[in-house]
Write a protein that binds this ligand. Sequence first.
Ligand code: SF4
Ligand code: SF4
Length: 133
Amino acid sequence: MHNQYSAQLAFIDEQRCIGCALCLKACPFDAILGTSQLMHSVIKSYCTGCKLCIQPCPVDCIEMRENPEYSEAIKADEYKQDRKDFASASKQRLQLRKLRLESRSQVVHAARQQSKASMADKLAELKRLQEKS
Ligand code: SF4
Ligand code: SF4
């Protein structure tokens, strides 16, 4: 897929990637694909060139490269709407990611609460049994 809007794009050296997923967590635009323990790669058409994935990588295998599809011409007025569309799609991904992370943390919190409650029930049951014997 094309990306004419970002002057630079992140590039992952997949041979060196150790699959730690830190870049994936750092990318606000969901532009990195991969799962834990497997190599990661950049979805070019989503990358805004923000560079936020560079610093977290423990093996320095991400670098910014010039985007061959980018041209200064894209700044011309005639492409104003296209630039707006790219910016708004990026913003949407950012918001969706935020929502996803929030709902994930709510699920984790609920699961922890449930597990605490179940542990408290078990301890109370154990205490009852001990008192009976
Ligand atoms: S440069 Fe920004 S948008 Fe591109 S992959 Fe890295 S964190 Fe994501
Ligand atoms: S931070 Fe670096 S090593 Fe970890 S998954 Fe991303 S590219 Fe691979």
